[in-house]
Design a protein around this ligand. Structure first.
Ligand code: BGC
Length: 367
């Protein structure tokens, strides 16, 4: 299908509709038409993490249900692989691209090819930076994810009422993932005042986003850094107390947990650890008492939103968005649809994840 408007035209239509739309909550793309043989290229970062497998499979199924053909690829957390896969999709005539970037700064050139070919691009979960080729962005409220983690720690330690000091260490994700620029400041918007007044103390002194980043969001890298932090300040059950660890997601939380178990911590004296994604391993850790919370982002909801966006683009319908202010990719503020993240804990995981049909009892129970 080569009936798409050029991106420039899309943006003109989008801009005029923003102006016309008082609530700023919808965006119209006109002149496209669906039909047989419409192919959607879906580029996911990796199969290493549970969530991206779920994202890829859900989205593929929903797009097929809507009558599209799907070319789903996983980039193996390797930027050149993702770029090559995208080049392939463009060359083989994909009509729309949905891309969860491995590194949001590394796709400018390849997406320039998509733009030249008039192929709309939806940034999936992670914003793609420094390009005008992104047409829409769909994600969860990433700042709110961090706020929920920070508030959880604040309330669990009762920071407003306790003198402390409580010892805390910080872990966020990959520096190439723009999401950390929302997750981490979101958490710090709650926790920084308590660091400033001494209620919270970081024994390592590492509180800047550059110091607490985890390359590739990797469990192993987080584990190695936690082992170093433990050694640096003797953060052991009999040594310097460690009350909390802010981990931006579950893969980093798992690395922290592994290091703490090796250092001799048990569920009885475990620090309060946050996470994100409600991965199976982390749900098991919550049940075991070695992770206190995770932020659940229902990948079914995100995939549904994106499948709708794709269909709206293809059919020339109003594209649903609800944020036109927060996601500046360095070239423009990308029209965005945000979904709402939810706190998962030992108290609500059953209702949220099992009754909600996200996992079966067996998946959570199986070891
Ligand atoms: C996603 C998180 C995920 C992380 C690591 C982030 O961009 O928003 O849900 O845990 O990447 O894959």
């Amino acid at each position: 299908m080569k009936k798409f408007l050029t991106l420039a035209t899309l943006m003109i239509v989008a801009t005029s509709l923003f102006a016309a739309c008082a609530g700023g909550n919808s965006n119209q793309v006109t002149g496209l038409s669906g039909g047989d043989g419409v192919t959607i290229g879906v580029s996911m970062p990796t199969q290493d993490l549970q969530r991206w497998n779920q994202d890829g499979q859900n989205l593929q199924r929903l797009l097929i249900e809507r009558g599209f053909e799907v070319n789903l690829q996983f980039g193996g957390n390797d930027v050149p692989t993702q770029v090559a896969q995208l080049e392939n999709m463009i060359a083989s005539g994909a009509d729309v691209l949905v891309v969860a970037a491995i590194d949001g700064d590394s796709l400018t050139e390849v997406l320039g090819q998509a733009e030249s070919a008039g192929i709309p691009v939806i940034a999936y979960d992670r914003l793609i930076m420094n390009t005008s080729a992104v047409t829409y962005y769909a994600t969860f409220d990433n700042f709110l994810v961090g706020v929920l983690q920070g508030e959880f720690l604040r309330d669990a330690l009762d920071l407003p009422n306790q003198p402390g000091p409580f010892n805390i260490e910080f872990f966020t994700g990959d520096p190439g993932d723009n999401n950390i620029n929302f997750f981490f400041p979101g958490a710090m918007s709650v926790l920084q005042p308590f660091l400033d007044d001494g209620t919270l103390v970081s024994p390592s002194g590492q509180t800047a986003i550059t110091e607490v980043a985890t390359i590739g969001w990797s469990t192993e890298n987080a584990q190695t850094r936690m082992e170093n932090l433990i050694a640096l300040n003797n953060l052991t059950p009999g040594g310097t107390p460690l009350h909390a660890v802010l981990a931006s997601n579950d893969s980093t939380a798992n690395g922290v947990t592994n290091a703490l178990i090796t250092a001799g911590f048990t569920p009885e004296n475990f620090p309060i650890i946050t996470g994100q994604d409600a991965d199976i391993v982390s749900v098991r850790n919550m049940i075991a008492g070695t992770q206190a919370m995770s932020v659940f982002k229902d990948t079914r909801v995100l995939a549904e939103n994106v499948a709708d966006m794709v269909a709206q683009i293809v059919n020339g319908e109003t594209v649903t968005i609800n944020n036109t202010t927060d996601y500046d990719n360095g070239v423009f503020v990308v029209p965005t649809y945000l979904s709402v993240p939810i706190v998962a804990t030992i108290d609500n995981y059953r209702e949220l994840l099992i009754d909600g049909g996200y996992y079966t009892e067996e998946e959570i129970g199986a070891n």
